[in-house]
Design a protein around this ligand. Structure first.
Ligand code: NCD
Length: 326
């Protein structure tokens, strides 16, 4: 039986805007979230998957951009911790009447919220909100910048299969240039000792890779037999202002993970994707449904990881109310 020990660093995490916010020792910060996530995975498997840890706390979701998984997952996580949730839908709010971001935040905070989960198409908006707000702010994706909870759930999913990430060879494949997931994943995976290679045509890489602790390849085929994880990204066409690839067909021919390519991966290698995936583009339908493709595990783990993050930010420090005496 598990018994969760109250986290001694509790309360140290004020906001989660980037992976670097997890502390000066990022690996230790990630480990802390991972250990707490183990307990919340156990809660999620109970008949009644709910603990009173955040009773009386309110979490508001402020999504200025579309989302399925991230939004539902934060909401489920908050509810499983017994927090109240508020959903702010930009399309039906006074933002449409021209209300500023600052006024919107002030209005929301006046209602008494404890955490704001924000997604925005511009990098830096969560940081700006954190400067104004009293509440804890969690970045659920800002422009091309970061998406820290996605990286945490990715680390958790890899750890679940392999034990740890140290020395693991991970390729992140595809539209890295526009991907906040790639930026957070690189920071998290390398902090845990993985070797990351970015695999993409030159036009889909960031304009500068200075300071990125990664290797680069333009050839997925040569990488495949060496990989522990093949992490695919969506072509983010909504963020492309110019034609960065000659044609989607050419991209698929060189970088799409089809059966022949997947067969060249080592037997236990994982295929991952943050979703939403475009079957037939970065991954074929058949590969998407293989046993080593862990996309659904990523989604499942996302709830427990976000419970851990919400608890670290908002928990009272007296335990999470779900301990099992052992
Ligand atoms: C990603 C996002 O929105 O950053 N999705 C997600 O949160 N799971 C990736 C994407 O949109 O391609």
């Amino acid at each position: 039986m598990t018994r969760l020990v109250t986290n001694p660093r509790h309360g140290a995490l004020r906001n989660l805007l980037t992976i670097a916010d997890l502390g000066p020792d990022v690996a230790a910060g990630i480990d802390e979230v991972m250990n707490l996530t183990d307990s919340f995975v156990e809660v999620s498997e109970r008949t009644i998957p709910k603990v009173p840890a955040l009773r009386g706390r309110t979490v508001v979701s402020l999504f200025f951009e579309d989302s399925t998984r991230t939004r539902l997952s934060f909401e489920t996580a908050a509810k499983r911790l017994s927090a109240d949730t508020m959903n702010f839908s930009v399309a039906t709010s006074s933002v449409k009447k021209g209300e500023s971001l600052r006024d919107t935040i002030e209005t929301i905070e006046a209602m008494g919220v404890d955490a704001i989960v924000v997604r925005h198409s511009s990098a830096g908006v969560p940081l700006q909100i954190a400067r104004w707000a009293q509440s804890a702010v969690i970045n659920a994706g800002d422009g091309w910048h970061e998406h820290p909870t996605q990286a945490l759930l990715d680390c958790y999913t890899i750890r679940q299969r392999f034990g740890d990430l140290a020395g693991r060879r991970i390729a992140i494949v595809g539209d890295i240039r526009h991907s906040r997931v790639a930026r957070s994943d690189v920071a998290a995976f390398t902090a845990l000792g993985a070797e990351v290679t970015l695999v993409a045509p030159p036009t889909l890489l960031p304009p500068s890779l200075e300071g990125w602790p990664v290797k680069v390849s333009h050839d997925l085929d040569e990488m495949l037999p060496e990989l522990d994880v093949c992490y695919l990204l969506r072509m983010q066409r909504e963020r492309m202002t110019e034609a960065l690839i000659p044609s989607l067909r050419e991209y698929v021919t060189r970088f799409g993970l089809d059966a022949a390519r997947a067969d060249r991966l080592p037997d236990d290698a994982l295929v991952m994707h943050p979703g939403p995936m475009n079957r037939g583009v970065e991954i074929t339908a058949e590969v998407a449904d293989r046993p080593n493709t862990v996309i659904i595990d990523q989604v499942r783990n996302g709830v427990a990881v976000r419970m851990a993050v919400l608890f670290l930010l908002l928990g009272s420090g007296t335990g999470w109310g779900g301990e099992v005496e052992g």
